[in-house]
Design a protein around this ligand. Sequence first.
Ligand code: MN
Length: 243
Amino acid sequence: MAWSFPPPTYGLTVASREERFPIRRIFCIGRNYAEHAQEMGAVPERTHPFFFQKSPEAVLAQPHAGAVLSLCYPSATQDLQHEAELVVALGQGGREIAPEQAVQHIFGYAIGLDMTRRDLQAALKERRLPWDMAKNFEDAAPIGLLHPIAHTGELCQGEITLTVNGVCRQRGRLEEMIWSVNEIIAELSRLVTLLPGDLLFTGTPAGVGPLRCPDHVCVTLEPLGTLEVTVQDGQGHYARRFG
Ligand code: MN
């Protein structure tokens, strides 16, 4: 039977392969670096990790090596903020995955930005309401090329930095994560059955801050290279296509 309209497909370009990785769900962990938890007014803790989600429609994917992404400043905020993060892509699903087995589920890694309407998030937090609209909107998830773990090896350490117009704003190390990638996969797999195509945003180091048009953002994470994004006025790529 025919589809009522073409079924949506969302994907990431796989580095140095003629291949696209289909995106299923996007899970993000909150407050996974102690100094960032503190700058958000929280006490860093290792009792319960917490998660929120973005939709595949929020992804702004880098089409090919060297491409600079144009991120459109969203509606309903005066305080759009950057959060530089390691993104982990799962090639294999599962439930109740043991941390020691988690690495076998990883397809690869990418550089990502967890874009946040911080003013809206603060207002929602104060009213104890869900944050979805602060985190899940058009262009809220810029993501670079996906590097297969077969090429990079397991990423447990390394520096992640973010500059805005050449000035360093965020600098952290993957080994500073409160919950490691393997622990994140294990914890999530107790809450939901993980599936191939799921993406995990693994948290941001301290130094999050506001962006304006026409800021130029560079996120660097060895050995994944650099993701470049410019912030522009106008409508996001889905609005331009479907709006
Ligand atoms: Mn984040």
